[in-house]
Design a binder for this molecule. Structure first.
Ligand SMILES: *Cc1c(COP(=O)(O)O)cnc(C)c1O
Length: 373
């Protein structure tokens, strides 16, 4: 047998595949359960945007045709809503596709990317796949008064050198739910060398209502090295269709677009995303459900005398003070899927996506049952 690992491009052999949340169907098949709830992948518990869903259904008769490769209508609507030019927008099969495009355009052996400890698991995968070095800045300590486990911008800036082509920042961050304030992030961008790109990953931004939370789009004029990514997978409820987008300087977006696969966003995905952008009712309901769910879960953890990381995302990460993997298993056996985060360096935590009120309640009940007393 040939050992192909010796023939891989630099870094590939050392990669560990991304571990997704367990699908409901798979768990039910394995354990013979039914009525399982999944709070594992930060999906919208209210389902898809109704307007998006209808629009996708309406184009199903045409799926013999390739989608519009230019994404004319969706980009047009995004441009209209953001005040950007359509040339400043690139579409992706999810925003992770866009993040990968940036990595493939700008990272290579001899270059490096900087990101924080406890940040999104795809950053090291895309960086390594591009043959570049990962530079991981230590996060703020667990006992930090404002932002335990948060990004330490000083530590990140200290890792940037002349070979740093990309800094990845998730705001709010997954899996911690921590976030960066406007002034701090703006200062960081001002201090960064112009040839270092910043990918500001705003996958959860629509959930956040904090007054000093930044909208990166306001800075695109000031920082040509800034790229914002957003997604339809989270609040819009379209994770299964795979559609997201990046925004930035037109020249930069043009370069990134050169490595994009043709037709990377499917016909139903384009149609659904365009319609979902106008689904104000659904967005409002999703936000309300999330605000209440975060409170419900935080209160539940407190009642169980468990600490959690303060979160502004659609998920919350709880500290169990014991092996998270074991509790995860026991929750699974009781039909509740959450997310272990040992692979993020958090072996005693679990990440829970905010569900509907009855799902949150069920999760808290089962958690109480399976915690050793
Ligand atoms: C979910 C998520 C994304 C986007 O995922 P896509 O489905 O590919 O759009 C990007 N960044 C972070 C931090 C996420 O948690």
């Amino acid at each position: 047998m040939t050992d192909f690992s010796v023939f891989t491009a630099p870094g590939i052999d050392a990669l560990r595949p991304y571990v997704p949340g367990k699908p409901i169907e798979e768990l039910e098949r394995e354990l013979g359960l039914s009525g399982t709830i999944k709070l594992a992948s930060n999906e919208n518990p209210l389902g898809p945007s109704p307007l998006g869903r209808e629009a996708a259904a309406a184009v199903m008769a045409d799926i013999n045709l390739y989608p519009d490769d230019s994404g004319f209508r969706l980009k047009g609507k995004l441009a209209e809503k953001t005040g950007l030019d359509t040339e400043q927008i690139v579409l992706g099969a999810g925003s992770s596709d866009v993040i990968d495009l940036v990595a493939r355009t700008f990272l290579a052996p001899g270059r490096n990317a900087v990101f924080s400890q406890y940040s999104f698991a795809m950053y090291p995968i895309y960086t390594t796949a591009a043959g570049a070095e990962c530079r991981v800045a230590e996060a703020l300590p667990p006992d930090h008064p404002q932002m335990p486990y948060g990004h330490d911008l000083e530590a990140m800036a200290a890792l940037v050198d002349e070979n740093t082509r990309v800094v990845f920042i998730a705001n709010p961050n997954n899996p911690t739910g921590t976030w960066l304030k406007k002034d701090a992030l703006h200062d960081f961008l001002r201090r960064l060398p112009g040839e270092t790109l910043v990918v500001l990953d705003e996958a959860y931004t629509e959930y956040v209502s904090e007054a000093d939370f930044p909208d990166g789009r306001e800075w695109l004029g000031e920082f040509p090295n800034l790229i914002i990514t957003r997604t339809f997978s989270k609040i819009y409820g379209l994770a299964g269709l795979r559609v997201g987008y990046g925004m930035g300087d037109a020249g930069l977006i043009g370069l990134i677009s050169r490595v994009r696969h043709p037709f990377n966003v499917s016909l139903p995905a384009l149609a659904a995303a365009e319609a979902a952008l106008d689904d104000e009712d659904f967005l409002r309901l999703s936000r309300e459900n999330n605000d209440q769910g975060l409170k419900q879960l935080a209160a539940g953890f407190e009642a169980l005398e468990l600490a959690h990381i303060p979160s502004v995302g659609n998920f919350i990460t709880v500290e169990l003070r014991r092996n998270g993997g074991e509790i995860y298993q026991k929750l699974l056996e009781n039909g509740v899927i959450v997310r272990p985060v040992a692979n993020y360096g958090l072996p005693t935590h679990l990440r829970v996506t905010v569900g509907r009120p009855e799902e949150n309640r069920r999760f808290l009940q089962v958690l109480e049952q399976v915690l050793p007393s």
